[in-house]
Write a protein that binds this ligand. Structure first.
Ligand code: SF4
Length: 244
């Protein structure tokens, strides 16, 4: 019998997962301009509060009986270039793959590197590969991440081999993110979508809430309509729902 879920396990702050494992406890090398994770002081404070060995964390989940939905990772990407040699994320996924009760949702801007680990994804009944795309074209919001084209091509490849895929369209940024185009372009190889709002307060203040509201009511509503008409499953995050 598995050990019970422990309050010490790192809970998720998002509404579609119960838990998260942050593999890399260092500033994320992709440095997306809408992300706080690579801004060192805040990230350090999170590290101080968190646990330090992601493989041990994963091993605890491997022994836990109660089913959880675990995201790998929200804070700092699980597939930075250094993962090629360190293989820490691979070891985390190997540990998680020992427990078929959990749903494991990998989220990375570098799914090309995650293709190396498809053997683990295919071994587990509920391990999903996901990426984030805020535009079909490269933008200066994500200057150091692999291009959207590379990300989507990797997802397509994983899907063709039988891995379940998901796409996070977040943050939806006015005049940059056309969620209806992203959804329309990816329906053939994405199994589940998450749509989320733009919450980075500094830029938000400049843009104004009315601009956001107008953009979401137009473009997000179109994306939802496409998803519904194709019978696709999706999740609208609560921060975005309040605009619709
Ligand atoms: S890849 Fe993810 S964690 Fe890294 S900077 Fe971008 S949004 Fe933040």
């Amino acid at each position: 019998m598995g050990i019970p879920y422990s309050e010490n396990m790192p809970k998720s702050s998002v509404d579609y997962a119960t838990d998260n494992i942050t593999v890399y406890r260092s500033p994320c090398p992709y440095r997306c301009r809408y992300c706080w994770a690579w801004r060192i002081p805040l990230f350090r404070s999170r590290i101080r509060r968190g646990h330090y060995d992601p493989v041990k964390e994963a091993e605890r989940y491997a022994r836990t009986g109660e089913p959880r939905t675990i995201v790998v990772s929200f804070t700092s990407d699980p597939y930075p270039p250094v993962e090629k040699s360190l293989r820490k994320t691979r070891r985390v996924l190997e540990a998680l793959a020992r427990n078929p009760r959990h749903k494991v949702m990998v989220l990375t801007k570098n799914p090309q590197l995650a293709l190396r680990d498809l053997d683990i994804f295919l071994r587990h009944p509920n391990m999903w590969l996901g990426t984030t795309v805020i535009s079909l074209e490269p933008t200066d919001w994500e200057p150091y991440a692999p291009s959207p084209e590379e990300r989507l091509s990797a997802l397509k490849s994983a899907h063709s081999k039988g891995v379940r895929t998901w796409l996070s369209v977040e943050p939806i940024i006015p005049r940059t993110t056309y969620p209806e185009l992203i959804v329309g372009e990816t329906l053939d190889y994405v199994d589940w979508y998450v749509l989320g709002a733009f919450n980075y307060s500094g830029r938000l203040a400049k843009m104004g809430k009315d601009v956001l509201k107008g953009w979401y009511r137009d473009h997000v509503v179109q994306a939802i309509s496409i998803l519904r008409s194709h019978g696709r499953e999706f999740h609208i995050k609560k921060e975005l729902r309040k605009y619709l």
